[in-house]
Design a protein around this ligand. Structure first.
Ligand code: ZN
Length: 124
């Protein structure tokens, strides 16, 4: 089964060596979702939503919200943000019967990137 939890944060970024709207300093209201794959335990849950929220708030949202993303990620494109968040959460969101399967980042309501577990093997 798949479990998904959504978050959002406001942050600024600029993309260097890119010629377009994201070259200059500006902000987005990002949407983030984490997708966890697993099987329900004896309590009928893959993982408690409250636990997912606590980990993602602590590890990602509290750092990114109202921040300058370039302070954390070199070239913070949606692709690089999704990879960064996946790598940060992957060791924390795992248990005997569940694991982080994907992280999706929306830079605008209609534009998103999904980093999947299998993308961990692809070069940066
Ligand atoms: Zn941008």
């Amino acid at each position: 089964m798949l479990l998904e939890r959504e978050f959002s944060f406001d942050a600024a970024h600029r993309l260097e060596s890119y010629h377009g709207k994201c070259e200059n300093l500006h902000g987005h209201t990002y949407r983030l979702s984490v997708e966890i794959e697993g099987s329900p335990d004896a309590d009928g849950m893959i993982v408690d939503f409250a636990r997912v929220k606590e980990i993602v708030d602590r590890e990602v949202i509290s750092k990114f919200d109202h921040s300058y993303l370039n302070d954390f990620i070199r070239q913070p494109s949606a692709e690089n943000i999704a990879r960064f968040v996946f790598e940060r959460l992957e060791p924390l969101l795992k248990g005997p019967d569940y694991f982080l399967s994907a992280v999706r980042v929306w830079e605008t309501p209609r534009s998103s990137v999904t980093f999947r577990r299998r993308d961990m093997e692809s070069p940066k």
